[in-house]
Design a binder for this molecule. Structure first.
Ligand SMILES: Cc1cc2nc3c(=O)[nH]c(=O)nc-3n(C[C@H](O)[C@H](O)[C@H](O)COP(=O)(O)OP(=O)(O)OC[C@H]3O[C@@H](n4cnc5c(N)ncnc54)[C@H](O)[C@@H]3O)c2cc1C
Length: 411
Protein backbone atom coordinates (compact mmCIF):
# COMPACT_ATOMS: atom_id res chain seq x y z
CA UNK A 1 0.00 0.00 0.00
CA UNK A 2 1.32 3.45 -0.86
CA UNK A 3 1.98 5.79 2.05
CA UNK A 4 0.97 9.46 1.88
CA UNK A 5 2.00 12.18 4.33
CA UNK A 6 -0.16 15.29 4.51
CA UNK A 7 1.45 18.33 6.16
CA UNK A 8 -1.00 20.66 7.95
CA UNK A 9 -4.30 19.83 9.66
CA UNK A 10 -6.38 22.84 8.69
CA UNK A 11 -9.61 22.28 6.82
CA UNK A 12 -7.71 21.61 3.57
CA UNK A 13 -5.20 19.11 5.01
CA UNK A 14 -7.87 17.37 7.12
CA UNK A 15 -10.13 16.96 4.06
CA UNK A 16 -7.23 15.68 1.96
CA UNK A 17 -6.06 13.20 4.59
CA UNK A 18 -9.60 11.85 5.04
CA UNK A 19 -10.22 11.52 1.28
CA UNK A 20 -6.93 9.65 0.84
CA UNK A 21 -7.56 7.36 3.80
CA UNK A 22 -10.99 6.50 2.37
CA UNK A 23 -9.15 5.54 -0.83
CA UNK A 24 -7.21 2.95 1.15
CA UNK A 25 -3.82 4.66 1.44
CA UNK A 26 -1.81 4.53 4.65
CA UNK A 27 -1.93 8.22 5.61
CA UNK A 28 -0.03 10.29 8.17
CA UNK A 29 -1.28 13.79 8.91
CA UNK A 30 1.42 15.96 10.48
CA UNK A 31 0.36 19.08 12.37
CA UNK A 32 2.60 21.24 14.53
CA UNK A 33 -0.21 22.45 16.82
CA UNK A 34 -3.86 21.61 17.45
CA UNK A 35 -5.76 20.48 14.33
CA UNK A 36 -8.07 23.21 13.08
CA UNK A 37 -6.50 25.98 15.15
CA UNK A 38 -4.78 27.76 12.22
CA UNK A 39 -6.72 30.03 9.88
CA UNK A 40 -9.48 27.43 9.69
CA UNK A 41 -10.38 28.27 13.31
CA UNK A 42 -11.51 31.85 13.02
CA UNK A 43 -13.01 32.43 9.59
CA UNK A 44 -16.50 33.74 8.86
CA UNK A 45 -17.84 30.23 8.29
CA UNK A 46 -19.32 30.89 4.85
CA UNK A 47 -19.59 27.92 2.50
CA UNK A 48 -19.96 30.49 -0.13
CA UNK A 49 -21.15 29.04 -3.43
CA UNK A 50 -21.57 32.60 -4.75
CA UNK A 51 -17.94 33.73 -4.35
CA UNK A 52 -16.84 33.75 -7.97
CA UNK A 53 -15.54 37.34 -7.64
CA UNK A 54 -11.75 37.64 -7.32
CA UNK A 55 -10.27 40.09 -4.80
CA UNK A 56 -8.30 42.11 -7.37
CA UNK A 57 -10.93 44.04 -9.29
CA UNK A 58 -10.43 46.43 -12.24
CA UNK A 59 -9.21 49.80 -10.94
CA UNK A 60 -7.37 48.35 -7.90
CA UNK A 61 -4.10 49.99 -9.01
CA UNK A 62 -5.50 53.50 -8.45
CA UNK A 63 -6.59 52.52 -4.94
CA UNK A 64 -3.09 51.47 -3.78
CA UNK A 65 -2.09 54.92 -2.38
CA UNK A 66 -5.25 54.96 -0.25
CA UNK A 67 -4.63 51.39 0.93
CA UNK A 68 -1.18 52.45 2.15
CA UNK A 69 -2.56 55.50 3.95
CA UNK A 70 -5.37 53.97 6.01
CA UNK A 71 -4.23 51.18 8.38
CA UNK A 72 -7.80 50.63 9.57
CA UNK A 73 -9.51 50.46 6.15
CA UNK A 74 -11.19 47.24 4.91
CA UNK A 75 -8.11 46.55 2.74
CA UNK A 76 -4.87 47.94 4.15
CA UNK A 77 -1.21 47.61 3.18
CA UNK A 78 1.55 48.10 5.75
CA UNK A 79 4.01 50.36 3.91
CA UNK A 80 6.95 48.81 5.85
CA UNK A 81 6.07 45.46 4.26
CA UNK A 82 5.85 46.92 0.76
CA UNK A 83 9.35 45.91 -0.43
CA UNK A 84 8.63 42.23 0.38
CA UNK A 85 5.08 42.44 -0.93
CA UNK A 86 5.93 44.15 -4.23
CA UNK A 87 6.25 41.04 -6.49
CA UNK A 88 2.94 39.66 -5.17
CA UNK A 89 1.25 43.05 -5.42
CA UNK A 90 2.41 43.41 -9.01
CA UNK A 91 0.78 40.09 -9.94
CA UNK A 92 -2.29 41.03 -7.90
CA UNK A 93 -2.69 44.21 -9.97
CA UNK A 94 -2.13 42.27 -13.24
CA UNK A 95 -4.92 39.88 -12.18
CA UNK A 96 -7.36 42.78 -12.05
CA UNK A 97 -7.48 43.19 -15.86
CA UNK A 98 -11.09 42.61 -17.01
CA UNK A 99 -10.26 39.56 -19.18
CA UNK A 100 -8.30 37.97 -16.30
CA UNK A 101 -11.15 38.63 -13.89
CA UNK A 102 -13.56 36.81 -16.22
CA UNK A 103 -11.19 33.83 -16.56
CA UNK A 104 -10.54 33.65 -12.78
CA UNK A 105 -14.23 33.87 -12.03
CA UNK A 106 -14.97 30.91 -14.35
CA UNK A 107 -12.23 28.87 -12.66
CA UNK A 108 -13.62 29.72 -9.20
CA UNK A 109 -17.09 28.71 -10.36
CA UNK A 110 -15.83 25.34 -11.62
CA UNK A 111 -14.96 24.54 -7.98
CA UNK A 112 -17.89 26.34 -6.35
CA UNK A 113 -20.54 24.20 -8.05
CA UNK A 114 -18.96 21.14 -6.39
CA UNK A 115 -18.44 22.34 -2.83
CA UNK A 116 -21.67 21.23 -1.16
CA UNK A 117 -21.72 17.73 -2.73
CA UNK A 118 -18.03 17.44 -1.74
CA UNK A 119 -18.74 18.21 1.94
CA UNK A 120 -21.73 15.84 1.91
CA UNK A 121 -19.50 13.12 0.44
CA UNK A 122 -16.68 13.59 2.94
CA UNK A 123 -18.70 14.22 6.10
CA UNK A 124 -21.68 11.99 5.33
CA UNK A 125 -25.26 13.34 5.38
CA UNK A 126 -25.68 13.36 9.19
CA UNK A 127 -22.50 15.22 10.07
CA UNK A 128 -23.11 17.60 7.16
CA UNK A 129 -26.55 18.45 8.49
CA UNK A 130 -25.15 18.95 11.97
CA UNK A 131 -22.32 21.23 10.83
CA UNK A 132 -23.73 23.25 7.91
CA UNK A 133 -26.86 25.38 7.56
CA UNK A 134 -28.58 26.37 4.31
CA UNK A 135 -30.41 29.70 3.95
CA UNK A 136 -27.97 31.71 1.90
CA UNK A 137 -26.15 34.94 2.47
CA UNK A 138 -27.71 38.39 2.47
CA UNK A 139 -25.54 41.30 1.29
CA UNK A 140 -26.79 44.46 2.99
CA UNK A 141 -26.14 48.12 2.17
CA UNK A 142 -26.78 51.26 4.20
CA UNK A 143 -25.61 53.66 1.51
CA UNK A 144 -26.61 53.94 -2.14
CA UNK A 145 -22.93 54.42 -2.91
CA UNK A 146 -21.92 51.01 -1.52
CA UNK A 147 -24.84 49.34 -3.31
CA UNK A 148 -23.94 50.95 -6.62
CA UNK A 149 -20.25 50.11 -6.06
CA UNK A 150 -21.19 46.43 -5.76
CA UNK A 151 -23.04 46.26 -9.07
CA UNK A 152 -20.00 45.14 -11.04
CA UNK A 153 -19.49 42.15 -8.70
CA UNK A 154 -23.18 41.28 -8.84
CA UNK A 155 -23.08 41.43 -12.66
CA UNK A 156 -20.13 39.03 -12.63
CA UNK A 157 -22.06 36.65 -10.35
CA UNK A 158 -25.08 36.90 -12.66
CA UNK A 159 -22.90 35.97 -15.65
CA UNK A 160 -21.75 32.88 -13.73
CA UNK A 161 -25.35 31.88 -13.01
CA UNK A 162 -25.48 32.71 -9.30
CA UNK A 163 -29.09 32.96 -8.04
CA UNK A 164 -29.79 36.43 -6.57
CA UNK A 165 -32.83 38.41 -5.44
CA UNK A 166 -32.66 42.18 -5.01
CA UNK A 167 -34.58 43.39 -1.94
CA UNK A 168 -35.86 46.92 -1.38
CA UNK A 169 -35.94 48.54 2.06
CA UNK A 170 -39.22 46.98 3.21
CA UNK A 171 -38.41 43.51 1.84
CA UNK A 172 -35.05 43.77 3.61
CA UNK A 173 -36.75 44.55 6.92
CA UNK A 174 -38.93 41.50 6.49
CA UNK A 175 -36.02 39.25 5.55
CA UNK A 176 -33.79 40.42 8.40
CA UNK A 177 -35.68 42.27 11.17
CA UNK A 178 -32.58 42.52 13.40
CA UNK A 179 -30.98 45.13 11.10
CA UNK A 180 -31.17 48.88 11.81
CA UNK A 181 -33.99 50.53 9.79
CA UNK A 182 -31.43 52.71 8.00
CA UNK A 183 -30.46 49.79 5.72
CA UNK A 184 -31.72 50.50 2.23
CA UNK A 185 -30.73 47.65 -0.07
CA UNK A 186 -30.28 43.91 0.13
CA UNK A 187 -29.17 41.18 -2.24
CA UNK A 188 -30.12 37.67 -1.16
CA UNK A 189 -28.07 34.79 -2.54
CA UNK A 190 -30.07 31.82 -1.35
CA UNK A 191 -27.80 28.93 -2.33
CA UNK A 192 -24.93 29.50 0.12
CA UNK A 193 -24.48 27.53 3.31
CA UNK A 194 -22.67 28.43 6.50
CA UNK A 195 -20.72 26.35 8.99
CA UNK A 196 -22.18 26.51 12.49
CA UNK A 197 -18.66 26.23 13.93
CA UNK A 198 -15.63 26.16 11.59
CA UNK A 199 -13.34 24.65 14.25
CA UNK A 200 -15.78 21.79 14.88
CA UNK A 201 -15.97 21.19 11.13
CA UNK A 202 -12.20 20.62 10.87
CA UNK A 203 -12.13 18.62 14.11
CA UNK A 204 -14.88 16.35 12.74
CA UNK A 205 -12.91 15.73 9.54
CA UNK A 206 -9.81 14.89 11.61
CA UNK A 207 -11.80 12.61 13.92
CA UNK A 208 -13.26 10.75 10.94
CA UNK A 209 -9.74 10.39 9.55
CA UNK A 210 -8.43 8.93 12.83
CA UNK A 211 -11.50 6.67 13.20
CA UNK A 212 -10.80 5.35 9.69
CA UNK A 213 -7.30 4.32 10.78
CA UNK A 214 -5.33 7.46 9.80
CA UNK A 215 -2.29 8.47 11.82
CA UNK A 216 -2.16 11.97 13.34
CA UNK A 217 1.29 13.16 14.40
CA UNK A 218 1.90 16.37 16.38
CA UNK A 219 5.19 17.76 15.16
CA UNK A 220 6.47 20.71 13.14
CA UNK A 221 7.99 20.05 9.74
CA UNK A 222 10.85 22.56 9.62
CA UNK A 223 11.83 21.61 6.09
CA UNK A 224 11.61 18.93 3.44
CA UNK A 225 15.00 17.55 2.45
CA UNK A 226 15.80 15.86 -0.81
CA UNK A 227 18.49 13.20 -1.04
CA UNK A 228 19.75 11.80 -4.30
CA UNK A 229 17.32 11.64 -7.18
CA UNK A 230 14.15 10.67 -5.41
CA UNK A 231 14.39 10.41 -1.66
CA UNK A 232 12.38 12.90 0.37
CA UNK A 233 12.46 13.51 4.14
CA UNK A 234 10.37 15.63 6.49
CA UNK A 235 12.71 17.14 9.04
CA UNK A 236 11.53 18.68 12.30
CA UNK A 237 11.96 18.52 16.06
CA UNK A 238 15.18 16.60 15.72
CA UNK A 239 13.55 13.79 13.74
CA UNK A 240 13.76 12.81 10.09
CA UNK A 241 10.89 10.94 8.47
CA UNK A 242 11.23 9.43 5.00
CA UNK A 243 8.36 10.36 2.70
CA UNK A 244 6.83 8.23 0.02
CA UNK A 245 4.22 10.67 -1.33
CA UNK A 246 3.71 14.07 0.33
CA UNK A 247 0.92 16.66 0.12
CA UNK A 248 1.72 20.18 1.33
CA UNK A 249 -1.40 21.71 2.94
CA UNK A 250 0.27 24.06 5.41
CA UNK A 251 -1.89 27.08 4.56
CA UNK A 252 -0.08 30.43 4.67
CA UNK A 253 3.11 28.62 5.78
CA UNK A 254 3.36 26.44 2.65
CA UNK A 255 5.75 28.61 0.64
CA UNK A 256 9.03 27.46 2.20
CA UNK A 257 7.99 23.77 2.17
CA UNK A 258 7.10 24.06 -1.53
CA UNK A 259 10.41 25.78 -2.19
CA UNK A 260 12.22 22.86 -0.47
CA UNK A 261 10.63 20.70 -3.18
CA UNK A 262 11.84 23.01 -5.95
CA UNK A 263 8.57 24.92 -6.45
CA UNK A 264 8.53 28.70 -6.15
CA UNK A 265 5.02 30.07 -5.61
CA UNK A 266 3.91 33.67 -5.07
CA UNK A 267 2.09 32.88 -1.82
CA UNK A 268 1.38 35.74 0.59
CA UNK A 269 -0.88 36.20 3.53
CA UNK A 270 -3.96 38.40 3.71
CA UNK A 271 -4.43 38.85 7.43
CA UNK A 272 -8.03 38.96 8.63
CA UNK A 273 -9.72 39.58 11.97
CA UNK A 274 -12.74 38.45 13.90
CA UNK A 275 -14.76 39.44 16.93
CA UNK A 276 -16.76 36.68 18.61
CA UNK A 277 -19.80 37.77 20.63
CA UNK A 278 -20.91 34.89 22.89
CA UNK A 279 -24.09 36.68 24.10
CA UNK A 280 -24.90 39.10 21.28
CA UNK A 281 -28.49 39.75 22.41
CA UNK A 282 -29.44 40.02 18.71
CA UNK A 283 -29.17 37.06 16.37
CA UNK A 284 -29.68 37.59 12.63
CA UNK A 285 -31.59 34.81 10.91
CA UNK A 286 -29.21 34.72 7.97
CA UNK A 287 -25.51 35.05 7.38
CA UNK A 288 -24.91 38.66 6.35
CA UNK A 289 -22.27 40.53 4.43
CA UNK A 290 -21.90 44.27 5.04
CA UNK A 291 -21.46 46.02 1.71
CA UNK A 292 -20.57 49.31 3.44
CA UNK A 293 -17.80 47.93 5.69
CA UNK A 294 -16.90 44.73 3.80
CA UNK A 295 -17.10 42.10 6.51
CA UNK A 296 -19.31 39.13 7.35
CA UNK A 297 -21.71 38.63 10.24
CA UNK A 298 -22.37 34.96 10.84
CA UNK A 299 -24.69 33.33 13.36
CA UNK A 300 -22.84 30.37 14.91
CA UNK A 301 -23.68 27.79 17.57
CA UNK A 302 -21.43 29.59 20.08
CA UNK A 303 -22.44 33.19 19.31
CA UNK A 304 -22.29 35.81 16.60
CA UNK A 305 -19.08 36.19 14.61
CA UNK A 306 -17.99 39.41 12.89
CA UNK A 307 -15.15 38.56 10.51
CA UNK A 308 -13.24 39.92 7.59
CA UNK A 309 -10.98 42.75 6.38
CA UNK A 310 -7.66 42.37 4.61
CA UNK A 311 -4.30 43.53 5.95
CA UNK A 312 -1.18 42.93 3.84
CA UNK A 313 1.57 42.87 6.45
CA UNK A 314 3.13 39.40 6.30
CA UNK A 315 3.31 36.46 8.68
CA UNK A 316 5.36 37.94 11.49
CA UNK A 317 3.98 41.35 12.48
CA UNK A 318 1.85 41.27 15.67
CA UNK A 319 -1.92 41.71 15.16
CA UNK A 320 -3.41 45.20 15.16
CA UNK A 321 -6.55 44.53 17.19
CA UNK A 322 -7.81 48.03 16.42
CA UNK A 323 -8.88 46.43 13.14
CA UNK A 324 -11.16 44.09 15.13
CA UNK A 325 -12.55 47.10 17.05
CA UNK A 326 -13.54 48.61 13.70
CA UNK A 327 -15.68 45.52 13.03
CA UNK A 328 -17.38 45.81 16.40
CA UNK A 329 -18.10 49.53 15.94
CA UNK A 330 -19.65 48.86 12.52
CA UNK A 331 -21.75 45.99 13.92
CA UNK A 332 -23.09 48.21 16.74
CA UNK A 333 -24.37 50.56 14.04
CA UNK A 334 -25.95 47.68 12.13
CA UNK A 335 -27.75 45.97 15.03
CA UNK A 336 -29.40 48.17 17.64
CA UNK A 337 -29.09 46.51 21.07
CA UNK A 338 -25.99 44.44 20.23
CA UNK A 339 -24.30 43.18 23.40
CA UNK A 340 -20.50 42.81 23.42
CA UNK A 341 -20.14 41.25 26.88
CA UNK A 342 -17.44 38.57 26.80
CA UNK A 343 -16.29 39.53 23.28
CA UNK A 344 -13.04 37.94 22.09
CA UNK A 345 -10.86 38.96 19.15
CA UNK A 346 -8.63 36.99 16.79
CA UNK A 347 -6.32 37.51 13.81
CA UNK A 348 -5.62 34.81 11.20
CA UNK A 349 -3.53 34.36 8.07
CA UNK A 350 -5.36 33.69 4.82
CA UNK A 351 -3.01 31.83 2.46
CA UNK A 352 -3.37 33.95 -0.66
CA UNK A 353 -2.27 33.75 -4.26
CA UNK A 354 -2.33 37.03 -6.22
CA UNK A 355 -5.05 35.81 -8.61
CA UNK A 356 -7.44 34.55 -5.87
CA UNK A 357 -7.11 30.98 -7.17
CA UNK A 358 -5.71 28.16 -5.00
CA UNK A 359 -2.88 25.84 -5.94
CA UNK A 360 -4.26 22.32 -6.34
CA UNK A 361 -2.26 19.65 -8.10
CA UNK A 362 1.00 17.87 -8.59
CA UNK A 363 4.19 19.88 -8.02
CA UNK A 364 5.69 20.66 -11.44
CA UNK A 365 8.38 18.15 -12.33
CA UNK A 366 7.78 16.02 -9.19
CA UNK A 367 5.77 12.85 -9.22
CA UNK A 368 5.51 12.33 -5.45
CA UNK A 369 4.87 15.90 -4.27
CA UNK A 370 1.35 17.36 -4.33
CA UNK A 371 0.17 20.83 -3.38
CA UNK A 372 -3.07 22.06 -1.77
CA UNK A 373 -2.80 25.61 -0.46
CA UNK A 374 -3.38 29.26 -1.32
CA UNK A 375 -7.17 29.21 -0.90
CA UNK A 376 -7.28 32.83 0.28
CA UNK A 377 -10.78 33.97 1.24
CA UNK A 378 -12.31 30.62 0.32
CA UNK A 379 -10.39 27.92 2.17
CA UNK A 380 -13.34 26.74 4.22
CA UNK A 381 -15.54 26.73 1.12
CA UNK A 382 -12.96 24.80 -0.90
CA UNK A 383 -11.68 22.42 1.83
CA UNK A 384 -13.61 19.27 0.92
CA UNK A 385 -13.43 19.65 -2.86
CA UNK A 386 -9.65 20.21 -2.66
CA UNK A 387 -9.28 16.98 -0.68
CA UNK A 388 -11.34 15.05 -3.20
CA UNK A 389 -9.49 16.52 -6.19
CA UNK A 390 -6.10 15.67 -4.69
CA UNK A 391 -7.19 12.14 -3.85
CA UNK A 392 -8.49 11.65 -7.43
CA UNK A 393 -5.16 12.88 -8.74
CA UNK A 394 -3.04 10.69 -6.48
CA UNK A 395 -5.18 7.65 -7.29
CA UNK A 396 -4.86 8.37 -11.03
CA UNK A 397 -8.62 8.86 -11.55
CA UNK A 398 -9.93 11.41 -14.06
CA UNK A 399 -10.39 14.81 -12.42
CA UNK A 400 -13.89 16.14 -11.73
CA UNK A 401 -12.59 19.66 -12.44
CA UNK A 402 -10.09 20.99 -14.98
CA UNK A 403 -7.04 21.61 -12.78
CA UNK A 404 -5.14 23.72 -15.33
CA UNK A 405 -6.07 27.12 -13.71
CA UNK A 406 -4.80 25.85 -10.34
CA UNK A 407 -1.30 24.79 -11.44
CA UNK A 408 1.56 26.05 -9.26
CA UNK A 409 3.53 27.22 -12.31
CA UNK A 410 0.74 29.28 -13.89
CA UNK A 411 2.52 32.60 -13.30
C1 LIG B 1 -11.15 36.74 8.94
C2 LIG B 1 -11.25 35.59 7.97
C3 LIG B 1 -12.49 35.23 7.46
C4 LIG B 1 -12.60 34.17 6.56
N1 LIG B 1 -13.84 33.79 6.13
C5 LIG B 1 -13.97 32.71 5.30
C6 LIG B 1 -15.25 32.25 4.93
O1 LIG B 1 -16.28 32.76 5.38
N2 LIG B 1 -15.32 31.20 4.06
C7 LIG B 1 -14.21 30.60 3.56
O2 LIG B 1 -14.33 29.69 2.75
N3 LIG B 1 -12.97 30.99 3.94
C8 LIG B 1 -12.83 32.03 4.79
N4 LIG B 1 -11.59 32.44 5.20
C9 LIG B 1 -10.41 31.77 4.64
C10 LIG B 1 -10.14 30.42 5.29
O3 LIG B 1 -10.23 30.51 6.69
C11 LIG B 1 -8.76 29.91 4.88
O4 LIG B 1 -8.60 30.00 3.49
C12 LIG B 1 -8.60 28.45 5.30
O5 LIG B 1 -8.82 28.31 6.68
C13 LIG B 1 -7.23 27.92 4.92
O6 LIG B 1 -7.19 26.59 5.35
P1 LIG B 1 -5.84 25.78 5.32
O7 LIG B 1 -6.14 24.41 5.79
O8 LIG B 1 -5.19 25.98 4.01
O9 LIG B 1 -4.91 26.59 6.37
P2 LIG B 1 -4.88 26.56 7.96
O10 LIG B 1 -6.23 26.44 8.54
O11 LIG B 1 -4.07 27.73 8.40
O12 LIG B 1 -4.12 25.21 8.27
C14 LIG B 1 -2.75 25.03 8.02
C15 LIG B 1 -2.23 24.15 9.13
O13 LIG B 1 -0.89 23.79 8.84
C16 LIG B 1 -0.15 23.80 10.02
N5 LIG B 1 1.26 24.00 9.65
C17 LIG B 1 1.77 25.07 8.99
N6 LIG B 1 3.08 24.90 8.80
C18 LIG B 1 3.40 23.69 9.34
C19 LIG B 1 4.61 22.97 9.43
N7 LIG B 1 5.75 23.46 8.93
N8 LIG B 1 4.60 21.76 10.07
C20 LIG B 1 3.44 21.26 10.57
N9 LIG B 1 2.26 21.91 10.50
C21 LIG B 1 2.24 23.11 9.87
C22 LIG B 1 -0.73 24.96 10.82
O14 LIG B 1 -0.46 24.83 12.20
C23 LIG B 1 -2.20 24.87 10.46
O15 LIG B 1 -2.93 24.12 11.41
C24 LIG B 1 -11.44 33.48 6.13
C25 LIG B 1 -10.20 33.84 6.65
C26 LIG B 1 -10.10 34.86 7.57
C27 LIG B 1 -8.76 35.21 8.15
Amino acid sequence: MRHVTVIGAGVVGASTALALRRDGYAVTLIERGEPGMGTSYGNAGMLSVTSCVPIAQPGILWKVPRLLADPLGPLAIDWRYLPKLAPWLFRFVLSSAPARVEHISKALMSLLVQIIPAYRELLGPEAFQDLARPGGVLHVYQSDRAFEGAQRSHELRRRRGVAMTILDQSQLRQAEPSLAPSFKHGVLMPDSYRAVNPLRLTQTLVQKFVDAGGELVTQPVDRIERAGKDRLFAVGNGSKRELDTVVICAGAWSKSLARDCGVDVPLETERGYHVMLPKPGVMPRLALSSGDHEFAITPMEHGLRLAGTVELAGLHKPPNMQRADVLLRAAREMFPGLNDEGATTWMGHRPSMPDSLPVIGQAPGQNRVFLGFGHGHLGLTFGAITGLLLSDLIAGRPSRVDLEPFRADRF
